[in-house]
Write a protein that binds this ligand. Structure first.
Ligand code: SF4
Length: 429
């Protein structure tokens, strides 16, 4: 039976590219090398469940496309939202459509790693690839993230347990987890530091002082910081300074807790300063398969990574103003194109309530929680299974995902381009 080697899994930001998939007569029979999430994703995406529909009635492709173009072109303040699970080619088309509409384009990044992206704009990102982590890192810190559950092969393939060229296995690495509660990743670590929720900034301030050899106030040395005894922070600072190659992975435990981008600014500054003593890098633990790509594509095309508005004819960046949660909460948006996201599952209830009151065009391979509130649904071939495309791994390395089966459905890229062309033709008439 034909086996396709080196298949890229497009479920999470790890983008494992070593899957072996057996395909016969355009059907996937076996998925080798993936975790349970990746395996399930491939089988699920072989059979898209969405249909062409307008107001709940099944229609043909042309009718759905026409209605999508009509809804978006007649809006005064349309929003193009999502983009975290679609190819960079589709993301590029989505930005072009938002520009044509004079609307706003925002991604799921704005309510997950947006604060860390804003911190990067202030402090920079001293970073490396996952390949370098695998081969060289002898100290790995997971702060506010739990890859054992969100990205199950991360530890074995790239980080804690990976067999690299210079660091050949788990015995040569020290793994530290900092989090507000015990997690499966904490169980796999050498040290777990349980920190009080919302006090990360305080902890980074102390770590930075210790790394720089500054004096620490007496009350901190006696009572500790962020609910953790001083000695444990002192030991972590010594580990960070004394390692040969350290990497800090950080997640939404930092980006979505008190302090947000300020936490990340301090973490990234501390990591940059550590390079006066050793090699130290930071990598955001990204969840969705191409959320890193969405920031790259928006930045190439507009200069900004998310929350970009075109209503004045040129791109304007507005976190807090043009971010999806703020736009929907204020009721600014009067039509929404959702691509590669499920806002009814992930946004606050008050945002979903506004979506229920406006026309929504949903482009997705599957029926999701957003489907019942969509006026138009457009099924597409899933990237990496029914369609090829480029995806960015969490370390910003782009990988090309091949199509495994032939799909009868168009790609996200084709759908968005068709809608854009219909609107352009109507405007030219
Ligand atoms: S860790 Fe992520 S990318 Fe790797 S196989 Fe599992 S779901 Fe796919």
């Amino acid at each position: 039976m034909p086996v396709i080697e080196s298949v890229v899994c497009t479920f999470c930001g790890s983008l494992c590219d070593d899957l072996r998939v057996t395909v016969e007569q355009n059907r996937v029979l076996k998925v080798g090398g993936a975790c349970a999430l990746g395996r399930q994703k491939v089988f699920h995406d072989c059979e898209p469940t969405a249909v062409w529909s307008v107001e709940g009635m099944v229609v043909d492709m042309g009718t759905a496309m026409e209605e999508a173009a009509r809804v978006l072109s007649s809006a005064r303040f349309p929003l193009v939202y999502g983009l975290s699970t679609v190819s960079t080619e589709a993301q590029r088309e989505a930005v072009a459509l938002a520009e044509l509409l004079g609307g706003t384009v925002d991604t799921t990044s704005s309510h997950c790693h947006g604060p860390s992206t804003m911190a990067r704009q202030q402090a920079g990102l001293p970073t490396c690839t996952l390949g370098e982590v695998r081969n060289r890192a002898d100290l790995i810190i997971f702060w506010g993230c739990n890859p054992m559950e969100s990205s199950p092969r991360h530890l074995a393939r790239y980080s804690a347990m990976a067999k690299g060229s210079a660091v050949t296995g788990r015995g040569q690495r020290r793994v530290v987890v900092v989090d507000v509660r015990p997690t499966p990743t904490a169980k796999a670590a050498d040290e777990f530091i349980q920190i009080d929720a919302g006090r990360d900034y305080e902890a980074f301030t102390l770590l930075r002082s210790l790394i720089q050899g500054k004096a620490v106030p007496e009350d901190v040395t006696t009572t500790g910081s962020a609910g953790v005894p001083f000695e444990r922070w002192a030991r972590l600072a010594a580990l960070m300074k004394g390692c040969r190659y350290g990497v800090a992975f950080f997640g939404m435990g930092l980006t979505m807790s008190g302090g947000r981008e300020a936490n990340l600014e301090l973490l990234l500054t501390t990591v940059a300063e550590l390079n006066a003593f050793t090699r130290f890098y930071a990598i955001p633990m990204r969840g969705h398969s191409n959320v890193a790509g969405s920031e790259n594509v928006l930045a190439w095309l507009t200069g900004y990574p998310f929350a970009v508005n075109f209503s004045r004819g040129y791109p304007r960046y507005g976190p807090g103003e043009f971010t999806v949660v703020d736009l929907l909460e204020r009721g600014d948006v009067d039509a929404c194109l959702v691509v590669g996201a499920d806002p009814a599952a992930h946004l606050p209830r008050r945002c979903v309530k506004h979506l229920e009151s406006i026309p929504v065009v949903l482009v997705d391979p599957h029926v999701t929680l957003t489907t019942p509130l969509a006026r138009v649904t457009i099924p597409v071939a899933a990237g990496g299974v029914g369609a090829e495309g480029t995806f960015y791994r969490m370390d910003n390395v782009p990988l090309r995902a091949a199509a495994l089966v032939e799909s009868r459905l168009p790609t996200d890229e084709e759908v968005i381009r068709t809608i854009r062309e219909r609107i352009t033709r109507a405007q030219d008439r």
